[in-house]
Design a protein around this ligand. Sequence first.
Ligand SMILES: Nc1nc2c(c(=O)[nH]1)N[C@H]1C(S)=C(S)[C@@H](COP(=O)(O)O)O[C@H]1N2
Ligand SMILES: [Mo]
Length: 403
Amino acid sequence: MRPFIRLFTGRLREAPTVLRRGPLRTDAFSSRLHDPRVASLLGMWLGVAFGVCFLTGLVSHAMQHPPSWLVWPSRPVSLYRLTQGLHVTTGLACVPLLLAKLWTVYPRLWEWPPVRSVAHALERLSIVPLVAGAVFQLATGIANIAQWYRFRFFFTVTHYWVAWITIGALGVHIAAKLAVVRANVGRRRGERSRLTDRVSAPEQPGGGLSRRGLAVAVASAAGVIVTTTAGQWVPGLSGLDLLAPRRPDIGPQRLPVNRTAAAARVTAVARAAGYRLEVVGPRPFALTLAGLRGFPQHTSRLPITCVEGWAADATWHGLRLRDLLDAAGIPAEATVRVESLEAGGAYRTSEVNPAHARDPLTLLATGLNGADLDIDHGYPARLIAPNRPGVLQTKWVHRVVML
Ligand SMILES: Nc1nc2c(c(=O)[nH]1)N[C@H]1C(S)=C(S)[C@@H](COP(=O)(O)O)O[C@H]1N2
Ligand SMILES: [Mo]
C-alpha cells in the first residue's frame, strides 16, 4: 500500500526498476520533436482551428435550431454559407494538426511520477475528454460530410453536446498549459533553453526531421486539405475539389441533390395531376400549378448551403412567399410552416420566421437555372430563402400554414 500512496503523492521520484522497460525506460523517446516547443506551436494552431470550428459550429447550429428568443435575419444572404463552410473546413484542417500534436505529446502518457498533485491529476484527467472528444468530433463530422451514417445515435444532437464537453476540456487544458506555451512560443532561442521538461530531448545533430521540417509538413498537409476541399462552398474554387465529397456544380440542373425524390418516396405524388398548394391562414385557398404561375414571377440568385459543407449558387424562379401570404391575409409578423409532400423524414417541414418569410428574395420556386424544377430539386415547388440552412429549404411543398 505504501509504495502505492507514494506513487500518487509524488514521493516515488523515479520509476521502480521493475517498471523501467518499454516506454518507461530512460530515453525511450529520443526524437527531439517530442518536445514542449513543438507541442506548444501545434497546440496554438490547433487551438485556433478548433476555436473557429467550435464558434462557427455554434452559430450554424443556432441557425438550424433557433432558440425561441432568436429571430435570424435573412441577410447577409450567405452568412450560413460562411459559418458552415468555415466549420467544415477548419474541422478538416484539424485532422493533420491533431494527429501531429498527439504524436508529439504521447510520450507523456508514461510521465513519471504519474501524478504529482491534485491539480496535476485533474489536468491529466482532462486529457481524456479532450482527446476522446476531439477524435469523436472529427470522426463523426467527416462521416457526416461523406453521408456515411453508420452510427446509431442522432448526429446533430451528439455532435453538438460533445462539442461543449471538448471545448470545456480544452479550456482546462489551455489554462493548465499557459505557462508552458508562453515559455515556448514567440521567444528567442536563448530564452527558450531555460525551459526544462522531462520529455524534451536535446537537438541532435543530423538524422530525423527537424522542428521546422515537422512544422512545414503539418502546415502543408493542412493546406492541401483546405485547398482541395474548400471549393465545396467557396465560389470559384470548385476546380480544386480533389478531396471534397461533393462538387457544387454536379447534379441535375448543375446543382447537387441531398435527398432524391425516390429516397423521399414522393415521385408519384409530386407528379400527380391533382397537385394543389394549400395556403392556410385567415383567407385559406388552394392553387393548381397553373394557379401558382398566375402569381407575379420573380427570380432570385441564392445558394443552397448544406450542413454537410457544400454550397452552390443557383438562379431560382417562382413566386414570392410574401405575395402568397398576403393573398391569404397572413399578417406580416406571423411565422409560417412549410410542409412537404414527403410522408416522413426529419426535414419534411420547416418553419419560416417573419424576417425570412417577408424577404423579397424568398421564393416558392417552381424553376431552377432557366427550366422547370427537377423532381429531385423539389418539383413542383420548393422553398428557397436567403441565409438559411439547406435542411430548412423544404422541397416538394404542398402546404403553407400560418402558426
Ligand atoms: N422535403 C424535404 N426537403 C428537403 C430535404 C429533405 O430531406 N426533405 N433535404 C434538405 C437538405 S438537407 C438540403 S441540403 C436541401 C438540398 O436541396 P437540393 O437537393 O435541391 O440541392 O434540400 C432540403 N430540403
Ligand atoms: Mo443538407
